[in-house]
Design a protein around this ligand. Structure first.
Ligand SMILES: Cc1ncc(COP(=O)(O)O)c(C=O)c1O
Length: 340
């Protein structure tokens, strides 16, 4: 039994999901003819109470499209230093949109309104014009942290006041929604655009959506085409997304419980210095300074447990749909019994 906790993107479609995919009605989505893609876009836009949505191959593409449609080079984007849009999208902010990035050290990936306000450039020709704020909920690199609605609302008010656009990288927004005291529609009210992923905790093989106004999504269709993201009979993939939304949202809580359970059981392990608090399905732990991170990852892999290196002395574990209680017990045992 291989236990793969490198990411929640490693899940494979179930028989049931595959059946729905095979049965999908499809058409050429570049012509707007694919009924299943159209149904998915409508479904997700309605869920968040937003006007329209566009189906894309990846969360990187939906984020990058959002950044492009909200800005004009030269300008500046504000985000946390741990943001996926900055750290893991290959420099796309500069490459695709010609922007500078103002990085803020937030609270495990979460920005406060004061921090955002202080990061807005004055109206002075020396500085790039601040145009966009991007938040991430949950924040991957912050350890799956969740924003409070109040924190987001304050940032939204500031953005409206200062004429800035506000984007949400909601790759794992459903993980936040099953834990937080706010709804998808409340999120929809706060942001100009939201990116959501179907291929992470929800277990679909491919796909993300960008949500926004009719006008913004029209612009997004043009940019998606330029980036090579116009897909043809994409309904086969959209069908998996619809299935995932209908079947795999509430169960995310199980992933969160398992991540917490692992965390509670490994705090006393001798080579582990610190286990970060668990908020959702991401568990990060720090190993002792004198130990070789890659050696530990190799030792775990030899016992069929796959985890990711996540920075100096940091290991990330992500629980998901293809991870059950038996695997959870095995994971705890492997971590506890590994020695140097
Ligand atoms: C927070 C966050 N945003 C965006 C992405 C990008 O998604 P994709 O891998 O589909 O490009 C990821 C991927 O893991 C992510 O964790």
């Amino acid at each position: 039994m291989i236990i793969d906790l490198r990411s929640d993107t490693v899940t494979k479609p179930t028989e049931e999901m595959l059946e729905v995919m095979f049965a999908a009605k499809v058409g050429d989505d570049v012509f707007g003819d694919d009924p299943t893609v159209n149904a998915l876009e409508q479904k997700v836009a309605d869920l968040f109470g937003m006007e329209d949505a566009i189906f894309c191959p990846s969360g990187t593409m939906t984020n990058q499209i959002a950044i492009k449609i909200h800005t004009n080079s030269p300008g500046e984007l504000i985000c946390d230093e741990l943001s996926h849009v900055y750290k893991y999208e290959g420099g796309g902010i500069g490459f695709n949109s010609g922007l500078a990035t103002k990085l803020i050290k937030g609270d495990f990936g979460r920005l406060s309104v004061e921090q955002v306000e202080n990061a807005i450039n004055p109206d002075d020709i020396h500085f790039p014009e601040t145009q966009l704020v991007s938040l991430e909920n949950t924040c991957n690199k912050g350890g799956g942290t969740i924003y409070s609605l109040n924190q987001i609302k304050k940032i939204k008010h500031l953005c409206v006041d200062r004429g800035l656009k506000l984007h949400l990288d909601g790759a794992r927004i459903f993980n936040a929604l099953v834990e937080a005291d706010y709804t998808a529609k409340e999120m929809g009210k706060q942001f100009d655009t939201i990116s959501v992923c179907l291929s992470k905790g929800l277990g679909a093989p491919i796909g993300s959506l960008l949500l926004g106004t009719t006008e913004d999504i029209k612009k997004a269709r043009r940019i998606r085409k330029i980036l090579g993201g116009g897909m043809r009979q994409a309904g086969y993939l959209a069908a998996a997304g619809i299935f995932a939304l209908e079947n795999n949202v509430e169960r995310l809580k199980d992933d969160h419980l398992r991540a917490r359970n692992i965390a509670e059981n490994i705090t006393d392990v001798s080579y582990i210095k610190n286990v970060w608090p668990v908020y959702t399905n991401i568990l990060i732990f720090e190993i002792e300074d004198n130990l070789d991170l890659n050696q530990l990852i190799g030792k775990l892999a030899e016992q069929n447990l796959r985890v990711s290196a996540f920075g100096p002395q940091l290991i990330r574990i992500v629980t998901h749909l293809d991870f059950n209680d038996e695997m959870m017990d095995a994971t705890i045992n492997i971590i506890k019994n590994t020695t140097f």
